[in-house]
Design a protein around this ligand. Structure first.
Ligand code: TRP
Length: 371
């Protein structure tokens, strides 16, 4: 497999021109539009790495937020690596007992939505030793105060249900840099919360090249591809999240979906209109139906009009169930063939190991540590 991915142009100048507290969000948005154009013209120059923590089944928020975009990139001809972050998940949850099950659920979700293991690599970072070894030199390139400043980590620590902050929690963004750089990915589709991690990855790549590259580029500085997907709320009107029990999973049955939507929060105004600011719950339901139908939420709202929330919920349920029907059929089929599931994972891990071994060899040569 080709590990020498050409670099894309540097976005750092734009990002650095912004105040640090904005984290370059608008710069990343502008850059993402440029990247989309480059992807359409020449998908072969991009290698994408993205992934998830194995915390259970994926839901519609994940789907319209990122999963859908991965398959889109794959279909455009971009090379795709999907990491199941089985070490990262140890930072914040007590999932160790169910880790294998969670990992398999993720593989099932990926296959069901159309990630094609013949073209894309699905792997767990725990199974790729050379990837993890990269974390050590990378750790030497960042300061404790830099790690301390990471707003996403700060936020996670603030919301963590654990009594003490583990060393892994503190350093996982460096591990994530290894996830990205081991395969020299040059494109990382992310939500806003991941931008600080990507900025750190870019810093690490730059510092490694400066310190050990002897004038050549060992690591590309990957670009963030910011998702333009609108945010879907959970059925209670707060952020859709598995831990809040307000999420419709891809794997839910049609009946479970109907029940969840039926219980969804709306408001007391009978006439249905799309207004995300003043009517967030109703608007999120409209958005969900619209995404499934491939239409605008305004159109869906106009059609329902004064028929009220009961009809809105009926439309949402039908739209989601129709949209997800083929995904659910495929998921059930793959779910009956555990051997295939394990084969997908072990082949992905093998591919990832080959790439990681090549990169580590290069890193050792650059660091003059080939003994
Ligand atoms: N931190 C990501 C999440 O919580 C998962 C992840 C791990 C990831 N390694 C990554 C995402 C590398 C992008 C690139 O969803």
């Amino acid at each position: 497999m080709n590990t020498a991915v050409p670099r894309t142009e540097d976005a750092g100048d734009i990002a650095r021109a912004r105040p640090a507290d904005a984290l370059g969000t608008s710069a990343a948005q502008a850059r993402s539009a440029v990247l989309e154009e480059l992807i359409r013209k020449d998908p072969g120059r991009f290698r994408v790495l993205t992934g998830d923590r194995p915390t259970g089944r994926l839901h519609l928020g994940h789907y319209f937020g990122t999963l859908h975009n991965r398959v889109r990139l794959q279909e455009l001809g971009v090379e795709l690596f999907v990491i199941i972050a089985d070490y990262q998940v140890l930072t914040d949850r007590d999932v160790a007992d169910n880790l294998l099950q969670h990992v398999e659920e993720l593989v099932l979700d990926y296959l069901a939505i159309g990630v094609d293991p013949a073209r894309s690599t699905i792997f767990t970072h725990g199974a790729v030793p050379a990837l993890n070894q990269l974390m050590l030199p990378f750790l030497s390139l960042v300061s404790v105060s830099e790690l301390n400043r990471n707003p996403t980590v700060k936020d996670e620590i603030a919301h963590s249900r654990q009594s003490a902050v583990s060393g892994l929690m503190f350093t996982y963004p460096v591990h994530q840099a290894a996830d990205i750089l081991f395969c020299k990915a040059n494109l990382v589709p992310v939500g806003q919360d991941q931008l600080p991690h990507l900025e750190l990855t870019r810093t690490i790549a730059r510092r490694f090249n400066d310190r050990y590259g002897a004038g050549s580029t060992v690591f590309p500085q990957p670009d963030a591809l910011l998702s333009s997907a609108p945010l879907l709320l959970g059925t209670d009107g707060t952020k859709m999240s598995k831990s809040r029990n307000n999420a419709i999973t891809l794997a839910a049955t049609a009946d479970e979906t109907a029940r969840l939507v039926k219980g969804a929060k709306t408001d007391s105004e009978r006439h249905i209109s799309y207004d995300p600011v003043t009517r967030p719950e109703v608007s999120s339901l409209l958005l969900l139906a619209a995404l499934c139908q491939g239409r605008s939420p305004e159109q869906v709202a106009a059609e329902i009009g004064s028929a009220g929330a009961a009809v809105l919920k009926k439309v949402v349920t039908e739209s989601v169930n129709e949209y997800l029907a083929p995904v659910r059929v495929r998921r059930a089929e793959y779910g009956r063939d555990r051997a295939h599931l394990r084969a997908v994972l072990s082949e992905g891990n093998e591919r990832a190991r080959a790439v990681a071994d090549a990169t580590l060899a290069e890193v050792r040569a650059a660091m003059n540590t080939c003994y």
